[in-house]
Design a binder for this molecule. Structure first.
Ligand code: 0X9
Ligand code: ZN
Length: 335
C-alpha cells in the first residue's frame, strides 16, 4: 500500500473526503479550501494547505504548490499529490525534516485540478458506440463551448463526445499560448481552447499563483519518468537562472531516478503550466512525468514504488518522489 494505507486508486469522492477529514482532524495545521471557480459541470476544485498556524495567511512565508491531474487519465498524479499532503501532516509530528519544512513554508496541494475529466476517466463505463476505454482514456476537461452543436447536450460522461470534447488544461495557460505544440481543433487531445485562460481550471490556478507567494510549483503528470523544466518550446531562450533551475531538476532526479531536462526536448508545447507561472512570477516550476510507461498502470505495479522509492520502479533505493519533493523544497525554499 501507499504510505497512507491506500491499496487502490482513489475516486473523486475519496479525494474530497480525505481533504476535509485531514483539515477537521488537524485544525491548527491543515486548512481545506475551494478555488474560486467551479468547473464546466459545476464541480468545486478543492485544495489543502499545510503550515504551522495555517490560518495566519499573513505570515509572509513562501508557498510551495503541488498539483495533480490536469489530465484526466493520469491517476497516479493525483495519488502522489494526496500522499504528499498526508506525509506533511504525519511528518509534522514525527519527522524533523518535514517539521522544519512545514514550520518555515506554507504548502498547498491540489490533487485534482480537473475533477470533471478525472471523474469521467475514473468511473468509465461503456456507453452507446463507445467502449469503456474511450472514456477511461479521456485527457481534457469538459468544456463544450467550442464543440459542434451535437456535442453540447448531456454530461461529459454520458455524452458520446465525452472523450473528444474539452480543452487541454496544459495548453490553456498564457505561457506562449498560440504557439507550437498545441491544437486549434476542438476534438484534439491537445486543443488549446479559445484563448489563454479560457477555462475555469486554469483560471483557478492563475488565481492561486497570482494571489499567493508561490516560490516552488510541481505539477504532476504521467508518464515517462521525467523531471521537466522550462521552456516547453524550442524557440525560447533558456532563462537567466537556467544553471540553478537545472541543478534543482537534477537534484530531484537523483532522488526519483528520472531524467532531468528542459521540456522542449521531449516535444514542443505552448500554454503549459510552468511556462506561464515561471515567466510570469519567477517562481520555480517543474513538471514531473511519473511512471515508466502507462497513464494509470495497475495500482500495485508502479504507483507505490514511484512515490515511496520502493523496488522495482525507477526510484529504487533513492526515496522516490517523496524524497524528490523534500530535496527540492529544502534547497529552494529555505531562506
Ligand atoms: O503534453 C503534456 O502536456 C505533458 N505530457 S503528458 O503526457 N502528461 O500529457 C508534457 C508537458 C511538458 N512540456 C513539454 N513537453 N514542453
Ligand atoms: Zn499530462
Amino acid at each position: 500500500p501507499l504510505p497512507s494505507g491506500r491499496t487502490a486508486y482513489r475516486h473523486l469522492y475519496d479525494y474530497e473526503y480525505e481533504i476535509k477529514d485531514l483539515a477537521r482532524r488537524n485544525p491548527g495545521l491543515v486548512r481545506a479550501f475551494t478555488l474560486p471557480e467551479t468547473t464546466w459541470e459545476g464541480r468545486d476544485v478543492v485544495g489543502i494547505e499545510i503550515a504551522t498556524d495555517v490560518r495566519n495567511l499573513a505570515d509572509g512565508k513562501a508557498v510551495n504548490v503541488t498539483m495533480g491531474v490536469h489530465h484526466a487519465r493520469e491517476w497516479p498524479a493525483g495519488e502522489h499529490a494526496m500522499e504528499w499532503a498526508h506525509e506533511l501532516v504525519k511528518g509534522y509530528k514525527a519527522d524533523p525534516r518535514i517539521r522544519a519544512l512545514v514550520a518555515k513554508t506554507r504548502n498547498i496541494v491540489i490533487p485534482i485540478v480537473n475533477p470533471d475529466g478525472f471523474n469521467v476517466s475514473r468511473e468509465a463505463e461503456p456507453r452507446g458506440d463507445f467502449t469503456r476505454f474511450d472514456y477511461e482514456m479521456k485527457r481534457k476537461n469538459c468544456n463544450v463551448a467550442d464543440s459542434p452543436e451535437n456535442m453540447r447536450t448531456g454530461t461529459c460522461a454520458a455524452n458520446p463526445g465525452g472523450r473528444l470534447r474539452g480543452t487541454d488544461p496544459n495548453r490553456n495557460y498564457a505561457g506562449f499560448w498560440g504557439g507550437a505544440g498545441a491544437s486549434t481543433t476542438w476534438s484534439s487531445d491537445t486543443f488549446r481552447g479559445s484563448g489563454p485562460f479560457s477555462e475555469p481550471e486554469t483560471r483557478n490556478i492563475r488565481s492561486l499563483v497570482s494571489t499567493r507567494q508561490v516560490t516552488n510549483l510541481i505539477t504532476l503528470h504521467t508518464y515517462s519518468n521525467l523531471v521537466l523544466r522550462v521552456p516547453g518550446v524550442a524557440d525560447v531562450r533558456p532563462p537567466l537562472d537556467e544553471p540553478a533551475y537545472k541543478a534543482l531538476g537534477d537534484l530531484m532526479a537523483s532522488r526519483n531516478g528520472y531524467v532531468s531536462q528542459p521540456s522542449w526536448q521531449l516535444y514542443d508545447t505552448t500554454g503549459s503550466t510552468e511556462d506561464w507561472s515561471y515567466f510570469a512570477t519567477g517562481g520555480w516550476g517543474f513538471t514531473f512525468e511519473v511512471g515508466p510507461n502507462e497513464f494509470h498502470p495497475p495500482f500495485q505495479d508502479g504507483v507505490v514504488a514511484e512515490y515511496a522509492g520502493l523496488a522495482p520502479a525507477a526510484g529504487a533505493g533513492r526515496g522516490g518522489n517523496r524524497a524528490a519533493f523534500l530535496d527540492m523544497l529544502a534547497n529552494a525554499a529555505d531562506p
